[in-house]
Design a protein around this ligand. Structure first.
Ligand code: SF4
Ligand code: SF4
Length: 105
């Protein structure tokens, strides 16, 4: 709970995980309409029990590994308080190069 409160006092919360996407929340812009929570297709988000400085409950990330980076949350947010983006997969050439090196050794 304390960790959640500390996170929500930050102006921008980012979550880095081994997922296809990442979602960032600008906590102080949020008015807790819940659209992002409702429309996220993989249920990454939930409204927090903590408050921002305006007295709203902003969303927080409950399942970061499920984020695809589709940015539906960002498209539905009327306050530009959340956005998602896709993470780049490791480059194919780099992977092939690594395999070659392993085969030579
Ligand atoms: S980017 Fe897509 S999958 Fe990720 S939290 Fe937003 S709506 Fe959900
Ligand atoms: S859609 Fe935007 S304003 Fe509404 S709860 Fe989500 S982040 Fe907050």
């Amino acid at each position: 709970m304390l960790a959640n409160l500390r996170e929500l006092t930050l102006p921008l919360v980012g979550v880095f995980v081994a997922a296809k996407g990442r979602v960032s929340i600008v906590v102080e812009r949020c008015k807790a309409c819940g659209f992002c929570v409702e429309f996220c297709p993989t249920k990454v988000l939930a409204l927090s029990s903590a408050f921002n400085s305006k007295g709203y409950h902003p969303p927080h990330v409950v399942s970061p590994e499920k984020c695809s980076g589709c940015d539906l949350c960002g498209m539905y947010c009327p306050d530009f308080a959340i956005y998602g983006h896709k993470l780049q997969a490791p480059k194919a050439e780099a992977t092939a190069e690594a395999k070659e090196v392993n085969n030579e050794g």
